[in-house]
Design a protein around this ligand. Sequence first.
Ligand code: HEM
Length: 470
Amino acid sequence: MATPSNDAVTSDPPRTSSEPAATSGPGPLPVLSPADTARLLGTALGPIIAQGVIARRPRVVALAGRLGTDDAAVRLLQQLRARYGDGPVRVPLPGRPFALVLDGDGVRRVLTEGPEPFAPASWEKRGALGHFQPHGVLVSHGDARAERRRFTETVLDTGTPLHTDAAHIAAVARAETDAMRDIAARTGVLSWDDFVRSWWRTVRRIVLGPQARDDHDLTDTLTRLRGRGNWSFLAPRRDQLRERFAAGVRRHLDQAAPGSLAARIAAQDPGTGITPEDQVGHWLFAWDPGAAVTFRALALLATHPQVRGRARAEIAEGAQDGPPELPVLRAAVLESTRLWPTTPLLLRESTRATRWPGGDLAAGTSVLVPAWFLHRDDTRRSDADTLDVDQWLDGSATDDWMLTPFSGGHGVCPARELVLFVASTVLATLLDGHHTVLLPPESFDPSAPLPRGLNPYAMRFGVSRAATMP
Ligand code: HEM
């Protein structure tokens, strides 16, 4: 597979300042004071970035949990919105214009009006993701983005609850999870390390085929590249390391194992600008938050017997043909992404000036959607800190632009359905053990409002062979 010889296709989104005319608008948007900018950086953005935006740093995540930074960040954003309004609010950072969007209408506008004037391929993302997927769809613009998005949607079956290869995918997820559950039942404990080992085996088999099951080196190499991505443009590119990863992906793709996404890729016309190894680089990277989301959903199920009972009922019901869709479990996974979003900040870059009720936003501004705050804003959502699977089952959460765990609009996560399917199948396999009891992890008190931070790396579930639990 050829790598495009130049990066013209992923160059900066073009900018014009033709609309609206600078002098004709209602004036400039509100601007954070220097003191509030410092608080935003120190209390909210700093801790989020320190935890690792591209590859989580487990020790910093644990420290953030002890310090309660997620709580403090939500409270700060509530104060800022009370003072400056719903946004956009400009954040006067030196050298780089930023703006915060703080309500559902603003989020809808920024996510649906694109790729122009609000381009997903922001400068920050190009710096971070360029370490391992310089031609990924998320950092592409213009025709290249359109072509890569089309390719991605075709392979991932975007928008379809059951992927074309759902039967195969479910069989892989069940086999790997069964093996993990049996070991956990013997030792009495299910830890993050056990879970994530099984998760990656599942993922490599689904994406690349059975021969990739134990290719830990491939995902470890990607983790190293992602670690550099945390530093964005500050870390020099490691071309050799990236080539080692890309060559490993290509080796597996060449085998096009039946039932795997690699086989779906082989069936596509790769086009000259696709660079499948970069697209796969993003996919493998994105399965990682999927593990955290699933493990946290397991904590929700372990601590909420009523929802667990509904999940067990749908598992028992099964499906007439093929694998079941498991809507309650999917909704539990969605709640996990709402409560603890794995993309805490959605970023868009304005390619031209835009007019808002409060003023004009300049071209070249990085627009931040603070999903972690909007999902947990208990001044606007009375159920912000409780488990509510029904809002996903009745569609009200999906229609709410305050809730964007998978983004929305033209850049919505193209794997939303696929990852929900895999996560819910894994959870169903864990719950389906007739003799398996999942005990709540010690750190989690379901009678209190759900914590705004939940460190998955520290969670351990007790697993026993007792006979009954609803
Ligand atoms: C629970 C797991 C996941 C969550 C919460 C999630 C969430 C998201 C979010 C919020 C975005 C938008 C990012 C932005 O606008 O800056 C996104 C984009 C994307 N995701 Fe996911 N994702 C998940 C798993 C996956 C998986 C497993 C894959 C691939 C198999 C994937 C593929 C992509 C791609 C290709 C994009 C870029 C789309 C574009 O720019 O058009 N995601 N995802």
